[in-house]
Ligand binder design. Structure first.
Ligand SMILES: C[S@@+](CC[C@H](N)C(=O)[O-])C[C@H]1O[C@@H](n2cnc3c(N)ncnc32)[C@H](O)[C@@H]1O
Length: 220
């Protein structure tokens, strides 16, 4: 497989279609192509946790993280999302890119059966942050991810939840460390967003199983 450069990956991910009518209560904020490319490129190049690996993408939405993983040579990447409309867009995206190493499942990530435990090498995700009458959703996703992954979990979270996640990681007996801090502008995606875009500082954290914490969107 041809080795993709970071810029090439980002430019491919710019072609991925996003939510047509995003559902606020499901926190349907797509990961920006630049952030998705940086995250996946690091997981692939620094930690070697994508190529030939079985990858799960929890709350996959329209599939940008799954599609990027597939492009970087995942053995198989399976996306999980509760929303059929998002998965329709994901399916179209996968067809457009002619990818055969992605698949998707419609389900509630919080009620995945125990038999999924340790069935994936790597779990990647940009979970709901639990800010829309769904308090604790970020941690429910994280707990499921840690149960499903044999090697590592890479997840995006609000920087402000870092201490809470550290506490939970200690409770679950897993380590965690900050890997990088990024900056980018988040465009307004819902009608109630007053400003066109907001500048934010994402935070990258590593743990074993590895967890990346990235404050990749502002909760308004
Ligand atoms: C922040 S979006 C991320 C979408 C996509 N992964 C991306 O990076 O662009 C969160 C996703 O989680 C999904 N979601 C929310 N609650 C869920 C649940 N209980 N089970 C499965 N998916 C859920 C939403 O439909 C949405 O697609």
């Amino acid at each position: 497989m041809k080795k993709l450069k970071l810029k090439e990956l980002e430019s491919c991910l710019q072609q991925v279609d996003v939510f047509e009518n995003p559902k606020l209560l499901l926190e349907q904020y797509p990961t920006q192509p630049h952030i998705a490319a940086c995250m996946l490129y690091t997981i692939h190049n620094t930690f070697d946790d994508i190529e030939n690996k079985i990858v799960a993408d929890l709350g996959c939405g329209c599939g940008i993280l799954s599609i990027g993983s597939a492009m970087l040579g995942a053995g198989l990447c399976i996306g999980f999302d509760i929303d059929a409309n998002a998965l329709e867009v994901f399916n179209r995206n996968a067809e457009e890119f002619d990818l055969t190493n992605v698949d998707m499942v419609q389900c509630n990530v919080c009620s995945l059966p125990d038999k999924m435990s340790k069935t994936f090498d790597t779990v990647i995700m940009n979970p709901p942050f639990g800010t829309k009458h769904n308090k604790g959703m970020d941690m429910a996703f994280l707990k499921t991810a840690v149960q499903m992954a044999r090697i590592a979990v890479y997840s995006l979270h609000k920087t402000s939840t870092r201490q809470h996640i550290q506490k939970k990681a200690d409770e679950w007996n897993i380590g965690m460390e900050v890997v990088a801090e990024l900056r980018y502008d988040l465009p307004a995606s819902y009608k109630f967003h007053k400003k066109k875009s907001v500048s934010i500082r994402p935070l990258l954290i590593k743990s074993k199983p590895i967890i990346f914490l990235l404050n990749n969107r502002v909760v308004r």
